[in-house]
Ligand binder design. Sequence first.
Ligand code: MTE
Ligand code: MO
Length: 230
Amino acid sequence: MNPLPSGQRWLSGPMPRFGLAQYVQRWADPSTVRALGLHGEVHFPLAVAHGQLASLPRVALTAHFHCVTTWSVPDLCWEGWRVQDLWAAFFREAARPSASHVRISGADGYATCLPLEEFLHPSALLADRLAGQPLSQAHGAPLRLVVPRLYGYKNVKHVQTLELLAGPAPVSGMGRLLAHPRGRADLEERSGVGFQPFWRRLYASQLSTFLRQAERFQSPPDPLQGEPHA
Ligand SMILES: Nc1nc2c(c(=O)[nH]1)N[C@H]1C(S)=C(S)[C@@H](COP(=O)(O)O)O[C@H]1N2
Ligand SMILES: [Mo]
């Protein structure tokens, strides 16, 4: 198993539901996500119903998970389908040769962009189980992307649509600060801007605050009350 990448530290305890404040307080209703859509640089758009994935070989993958804010969790056991297999079975025919990147969106409105080379890496999974259990709403049900080489922010939860692009997605100022276009953890590709050791130090100094904030959003708000957490 790979060593801990530079600038990371192991978190004791189970994987938290994590995000910076503006993201972690959003929830997605997994029951609304039943298909995976493809559009953008395609000959024809399409949607793959989750039931169709049953035709693909199932795989298990044990991998460490690295959040850009410097926490890591070891040996997570994911199960699901290899993105490569999904691509070959359903998407390859539709993709235009000009497609070089994919923008992946989740049902909570989160989105990030990856080079296709990373998306189609043999270690990339579309996971529906974690640690022998169906994926929880907290960790991205019904399906989440697992790209263990890349920081957590590329591991999109509640995956809903894929948009193929002929280059990296244009990102706003804040988006460039918060994400590197590729995001490889072993190369410390933390941010799209500036000197990476700066980001390591900044995140490490704020880590306990981030974890404390996220702690308040570990379980979904009670639908009977219809209110977000106080
Ligand atoms: N849809 C969605 N995916 C997401 C996020 C999010 O807010 N929404 N946060 C990302 C970040 S920054 C991290 S570290 C991981 C956290 O995954 P976890 O909540 O299962 O620990 O999810 C990533 N994928
Ligand atoms: Mo993260």
